[in-house]
Design a protein around this ligand. Structure first.
Ligand code: F6R
Length: 620
């Protein structure tokens, strides 16, 4: 995820473009850059590793002036975060500048053939191929050259392009990455998101996939890939700036929950092609992976819960012994890992101190370490033998949501990848599972659409809980029960709830209830039971009956259409669409996250920044 802004007008473009970038920093902040036309119509640019503030410091020392330009704040995907890989990227003659949000999947083959044709590349990015493609196709009409260039691209993009020979305009294009047009008076804008330009205009046109935009000071035209004009009227946005940064959501956490279908779609687009799974940045030989006699998964908090789910996945389909451990335990207990062990460390931030120490410990013992990580260039990504990035984009809310489901999705694909290497599943079975996997984004969207309006069922249950909690003189608490591959989701649901609503919550494997927690059941606890269709469904039904018999309040997460379970006189029901049991944790995570969110909201807590917690825990 990156943020882009383009401006064509009569005001100081540098001020507008850098302010716009600051409002898009939630989309990434590895590096930032800007390009403007000077009075002579030449392209001048500045770019710098780090946040937008680093760029503005450069601009103070080496100012730029102009009224037309483009800018970018980066979330690195291809190429480490440094000055050279920062956008904008230029063609061979520095006549064309491009900023890009997205991933060009076929960049390597395009780059190889452009090099053969004589183009010189300066960076390691996928984006640079766009500048060179536009250069290749340019015959005096930038819009036409961009149209030809994007037809060559596979993957996702939102781009702004400028050319020295046409210093009065910017061309934009989009496929699967957001792009909006801001329509002003004597000025027009392009941006990844509304907050970047809300200070200047509230009249917005949403660019759709396959559309090419041409803006100058007075005109905005939108055409399709065949060059046919598309008439689009601007929509008036009434948000204030605070609301806009959260994309209209009341909190980053809610925004990130609703981003999950897009995140999983991106993982699918990046990892699966021609029914095969690709981990281009993995860097551990396939032989080494096959050779591993056992796998240890090590992580903290939510990432640990994803790892524990990974244990179920990998054992079931690769028939390799797997254990999962929290990093803080692993590092201090003389773990049995050696050259025959594959250690998988999982971390959203890539900076968690305990996980980093566990990684170093594992490498000291000659194990191969694979990181599943969200942040490119982070310590954990750099120090591991191999890495798979989760592509969840920046996660701002302290309570992890989309990073968790991105970790789960990555672990699923890694499991199927390993199953293929180890021949533990047939090609047909892998294909069948991949096809099921590809349905997840639409099932996530379907699930989320049930809970997007105010006053939805889960919000209503949260309101009831607050009333109940107060009536019980704060004796109420939450117990989460599940079995098998959803047991880690019970832990995650409880963690989510306690970290943002400060109410006691425990997760348990439902079969363990009779060995202790059942003593807690009276009329006070709310027991969240994950009872979707699965091989342990009947067992979960029995657990629900045991809770009901002792007066507990049951909130059951069930499969849509399961009428028979309703005979158990459940107090509250959350239903989710039918999904293969193996993949169900991703879908079931949604109501768990939403329940935590709405309970915290009922109590009026600071959801995005809960007390005592930090997003990246760099201390032991
Ligand atoms: C919970 C949460 C934490 C993190 C944990 C590990 O919502 O965010 O439990 O999962 O601190 O952080 P990373 O994944 O950055 O290593």
């Amino acid at each position: 995820m990156c943020g882009i802004v383009g401006y064509v007008g009569r005001k100081d473009a540098v001020d507008i473009l850098t302010k716009g970038l600051k409002r898009l920093e939630y989309r990434g902040y590895d590096s930032a850059g800007i390009a403007v036309f000077n009075d002579a119509g030449e392209i001048l640019f500045r770019k710098k590793k780090g946040k937008v503030n680093e760029l503005t410091q450069v601009l103070e020392k080496e100012p730029l002036a102009g009224t037309i330009g483009i800018s970018h704040t980066r979330w690195s995907t291809h190429g480490v975060p440094n000055d050279v890989n920062a956008h904008p990227h230029l063609d061979c003659k520095s006549e064309i500048a491009v900023v890009h949000n997205g991933i060009i999947e076929n960049f390597q083959e395009l780059k190889d053939s452009l090099i053969i044709e004589g183009h010189n590349f300066a960076s390691d990015t996928d984006t640079e191929v766009i500048a060179h493609l536009v250069e290749k196709f340019y015959e005096g009409n930038l819009e036409e050259a961009v149209r030809k260039a994007v037809k060559e691209l596979r993957g996702s993009y939102a781009i702004c392009v400028m050319h020295k020979n046409e210093p009065d305009r910017i061309i934009g294009a989009r496929l699967d990455s957001p792009l909006i047009i801001g329509v002003g008076k004597d000025e027009n804008f392009l941006a990844s998101d509304i907050p970047a330009i809300l200070e200047y205009t509230r009249d917005i046109v949403y660019v759709k996939n396959g559309e090419i935009v041409n803006i100058d000071v007075e005109n905005v035209t939108v055409k399709n890939l065949d060059g046919a004009r598309i008439e689009k009227a601007p929509e008036r946005i009434e948000w204030d700036i605070g609301q806009a940064e959260k994309g209209g959501f009341s909190h980053f956490m809610l925004k990130e929950i609703f981003e999950q279908p897009e995140v999983i779609k991106k993982i699918i687009n990046t990892r699966i092609s021609d029914d095969s799974i690709h981990f281009d940045e993995l860097k551990i030989d396939e032989d080494e992976l096959v050779k591993a006699r056992n796998i240890a998964i090590v992580a903290c908090g939510t990432a640990y819960h994803a790892g524990l789910t990974g244990k179920y996945m990998l054992e079931e389909y690769t028939r390799t012994p797997v254990w999962a451990d929290t990093s803080s335990e692993f590092r201090y207990r003389d773990p049995i890992v050696n050259k025959d062990t594959l250690v998988i460390v999982i971390s959203q931030s890539g900076e968690t101190a305990d996980t980093l120490a566990a990684l170093r410990e594992a490498r000291k013992r000659n194990a191969k370490v694979l990181a599943i990580c969200n942040v490119l260039g982070s310590s954990i990504a750099r120090e591991s033998d191999g890495v798979i990035f989760t592509h969840a984009g920046p996660e701002i809310a302290v309570a992890s949501t989309k990073a968790y489901t991105a970790q789960l999705a990555t672990l699923y694909l890694f499991t199927l990848y390993m199953a293929k290497l180890k021949c533990s599943l047939s090609e047909e079975k892998i294909k069948e599972l991949l096809n099921e996997f590809k349905n997840i984004p639409s099932l996530l969207s379907e699930t989320l659409s049930r809970y997007e309006v105010e006053g939805n069922e889960i919000a209503h249950y949260a309101r009831d809980f607050k009333a109940y909690y107060e009536k019980s003189h704060t004796k109420s608490f939450f117990l989460y029960l599940a079995r098998n591959i959803n047991y880690p989701n019970a832990l995650e649901g409880a963690l989510k709830l306690k970290e943002i609503s400060y109410i006691s919550a425990e997760g348990y494997p439902a079969g363990e209830m009779k060995h202790g927690p059942i003593a807690l059941i009276d009329e006070n606890p709310w027991v969240i039971c994950i009872a979707t269709k699965s091989r342990t469904y009947e067992k979960m039904r029995s657990n629900i009956q045991e809770v009901k018999a002792r007066g507990g309040i049951v909130v059951a997460i069930i499969t849509t259409g399961d009428e028979s379970i309703k005979s158990l006189k459940l107090n509250y029901i959350i239903d989710i669409p039918e999904i293969h049991e193996f993949f169900s944790p991703i879908l079931i995570a949604i109501p768990l996250q939403l329940l935590a969110y709405y309970v915290a909201r009922e109590f009026g807590y600071d959801i995005d920044q809960p007390r005592n917690l930090a997003k990246s825990v760099t201390v032991e």
